[in-house]
Design a protein around this ligand. Structure first.
Ligand SMILES: Cc1cc2nc3c(=O)[nH]c(=O)nc-3n(C[C@H](O)[C@H](O)[C@H](O)COP(=O)(O)O)c2cc1C
Length: 197
């Protein structure tokens, strides 16, 4: 399937059927996703693979009992076939942009970055992963990193790396309810493509 078709078909999935994904396959897909661009070839993004057998453990760490109790989506997420933790190491970018060919950028200090490339790189690898999962006939759903982030970082042994996102992967079970976010009125894609005056 061509890239345009994959982009059109991909939608976030939040309810899976419990079929485990094969971990060696997911490892291969993650390695392919890391062909995504990386600023200055800093290569600060890492992908942590978690098999189906540990999805429940991840959810225990990443959420709290009250959330699991009230969330109508918890069971669907828990049936993911596996997941990938996308993390990124800020120091890789600071060191790279402090090297002789980059130091004139002034980006060797964290506060100097108007746009943090470590997040840009993480997003690029994440998008590549989403498309590769789609190409394989599976589906994915993404959590941003805002809840229990430190606990997840410790659980996953991320060291100094920032957690960027969690990508749940698996077979959709068809019981997904579209996100309320999709009902929001937003500018169309055509409106967001502008000719620069
Ligand atoms: C950075 C980022 C963070 C997101 N965080 C969450 C999240 O925490 N939970 C969730 O259910 N979806 C999350 N999403 C998915 C968006 O809600 C989804 O992409 C959006 O509603 C558009 O739907 P689509 O991707 O199916 O087109 C996130 C997406 C991005 C790009």
């Amino acid at each position: 399937m061509d890239v345009a078709s994959l982009l059109a078909r991909r939608r976030m999935t939040r309810s899976f059927d419990g079929t485990p994904v094969e971990v060696p396959w997911l490892v291969r897909v993650c390695e392919a996703a890391l062909l995504a661009p990386t600023a200055g070839h800093s290569a600060g993004v890492a992908l942590g693979v978690v098999g189906h057998d540990r999805v429940g453990e991840y959810l225990e760490v990443a959420t709290d009992a009250a959330w699991r109790e009230r969330s109508t989506r918890y069971e669907g997420w828990a049936r993911a076939g596996g997941l990938v933790l996308v993390s990124t190491r800020v120091s890789a970018y600071l060191e790279r942009y402090g090297e002789p060919d980059k130091v004139a950028s002034g980006l060797a200090e964290r506060d100097a970055w108007p746009v943090p490339y470590w997040h840009g790189d993480a997003a690029m690898a994440t998008m590549a992963l989403l498309l590769l999962v789609e190409e394989a006939g599976l589906a994915a759903g993404l959590w941003g990193a805002f809840r229990n982030v430190e606990a997840v970082r410790r659980w996953a042994g991320l060291g100094e790396d920032e957690l960027f996102a969690t990508v749940f992967v698996g077979r959709p079970d068809g019981r997904d309810r579209p996100s309320a976010s999709l009902a929001r009125p937003v500018p169309s894609r055509a409106e967001r493509v502008r000719r620069v005056p």
